[in-house]
Design a protein. Structure first.
Length: 483
């Protein structure tokens, strides 16, 4: 009997692999607009995913205003679609919970099977609700106005739901029942893995899923158009960067600004470490906390508010101009923000003021991890404060500094956009235009989505190459690597 149970458990373990893959596929379907089963009409935004359809009813029916007024579509039909999409999201969430429980002991697995079974049943029933709603849309008296569409991914998602439903039911019979006295247990490695899963999912959704947008680089795309072989242009926009003299001049100027400002940031990247050492050497605890808080708060101020502060201080009627005019040093106020000289240095100074306190936190944490016995031994040997800092604190912080330096080198083409957007004006636009700001203006301002996609692609590829090059240099010089 025990041998039979063991064999059944082995079969169940193999089936769990299929179940987990199917659950992963269901989760991916949540965020792919092209496979949204709730898009049963052309009036529904084609960029709407199943997750958004179940999350926001107003977004789902955004294009149905006229159809509702003319009674081409019954609002109850769209409420059925929304309710089905919402319940499908909940069903997939239940499948995910059941899949996570399959990593536990037998009692956990039994509970997970039933939760996956219930979630799959909910998903299949909700698919039926969407199918009914599509039938109602297809029978509208004005089909050309409503544009009924049978979703491309309907049967795919339906098949995945049926597969999970059947496999969960099979698992319930295959897996032996757990003893009543058993507790819900899971190995530590699986607990840590499940704790890491939400962050992995966020990285996948916000870092890797958007890479699907790289396809716009190979099409002659205009805002509102659709991608098809009619507007496929291959590598046209890649060659445009080299053939068009105006674009080449702009790219060279923008890269010069980008590399210059990033280079200044890298040259001053040791300042947060020095500031952290300075804070750690303060003996007055209250004063240290005050200084740390005072220098960390600017990080939480948006760049719009930073510019507002700069305007209050450096504008024609600002604080400095008012003082200089009242003292008789200046005849009239001077708007120092409209001065285009030394733009790179100014941007570096504002960036340091805003971020040095926040950047020092990681070094402060690293300092707290240095063995205190090293300082005690150095004191006994007669080392002074600066000797202890130079021979103990600094070497202890070098590994952290090198990791952050490598990341800075990898992101040398990514300066951000907010700071330069708010400080840009007619006098400094040539010196302040960095790559991210250029892409924003080219894409949003001029509507050149394809060209900006090409630039973003090349920037990402260059950043990855620089990361591995810097990692190789670190490994050759220090004997350590971060990749």
């Amino acid at each position: 009997m025990s041998e039979s149970k063991t064999a059944r458990e082995k079969v169940a373990d193999k089936l769990y692999i299929i179940i987990r893959i199917a659950i992963l596929v269901s989760v991916v379907f949540l965020f792919i607009p092209g496979l949204n089963p709730a898009r049963i009409s052309g009036l529904i935004n084609r960029n709407l995913s199943l997750f958004t359809s179940g999350l926001s009813y107003s977004t789902l029916v955004d294009g149905f205003g006229r159809a509702f007024k003319k009674e081409w579509v019954d609002p109850a039909t769209m409420k059925l679609v929304y309710a089905s999409a919402l319940c499908m999201c909940l069903g997939i969430a239940a499948q995910v919970a059941g899949g996570c429980m399959s990593l536990g002991n037998r009692k956990f697995k039994c509970l997970g099977n039933w939760i996956t079974l219930i979630g799959s049943a909910i998903e299949v029933v909700c698919m039926s609700g969407i199918y009914i709603a599509y039938g109602q849309i297809a029978q509208t008296p004005k089909p050309k106005k409503v544009e009924p569409i049978f979703p491309d991914g309907f049967w795919v998602i339906f098949a995945v739901g049926i597969t999970l439903l059947v496999l969960s039911l099979v698992q319930s019979f295959l897996l032996p029942k757990a003893a009543k006295e058993d507790k819900y247990e899971m190995e530590s490695k699986y607990k840590l893995f499940l704790m890491f899963m939400p962050f992995l999912a966020l990285v996948g959704v916000f870092s890797y899923l958007p890479l699907w947008g790289w396809r716009y680089a190979f099409f002659d795309y205009k805002v509102g158009d659709t991608l098809s072989m009619d507007n496929f242009v291959g590598f046209k926009w890649f060659t445009e960067l080299i053939k068009n003299p105006a674009t080449v001049r702009d790219i060279v100027r923008v890269l010069k600004n980008t590399l210059a400002m990033s280079g200044l940031g890298i040259l001053t990247s040791w300042l947060p470490m020095a500031f952290a050492i300075f804070l750690s050497e303060m003996k007055n605890l209250r004063f240290r906390r005050f200084v740390q808080t005072f220098t960390t708060v600017p990080n939480f101020i948006s760049w719009v508010l930073v510019y507002a502060i700069a305007f209050c201080i450096f504008s024609t009627d600002g604080f400095i101009s008012s003082i200089m005019v009242n003292l008789g040093i200046w005849d009239q106020g001077v708007n120092m923000l409209m001065n285009g000289d030394h733009t790179w240095i100014k941007m570096l100074a504002w960036g340091l003021w805003k971020g040095i306190g926040w950047s020092a936190i990681i070094y402060i944490a690293a300092i707290s991890g240095i063995d205190k016995q090293l300082y005690e031994a150095a004191t006994v040997d007669g080392a002074g404060r600066f000797q202890r800092m130079w021979h103990i604190t600094v070497p202890g912080l070098i590994p952290t500094f090198c990791v952050l330096l490598l990341m800075s080198v990898a992101n040398i083409l990514s300066n951000g956009m907010d700071q330069y957007l708010v400080f840009e004006n007619a006098t400094n636009t040539d010196a302040i235009m960095v790559l991210d700001l250029y892409v924003y203006k080219l894409g949003i301002g001029k509507g050149s989505i394809s060209l900006t996609t090409v630039i973003s692609m090349l920037k990402s590829i260059i950043s990855v190459v620089l990361l591995f090059l810097a990692n190789g240099v670190s490994k050759a010089v220090r004997g350590e690597s971060i990749v």
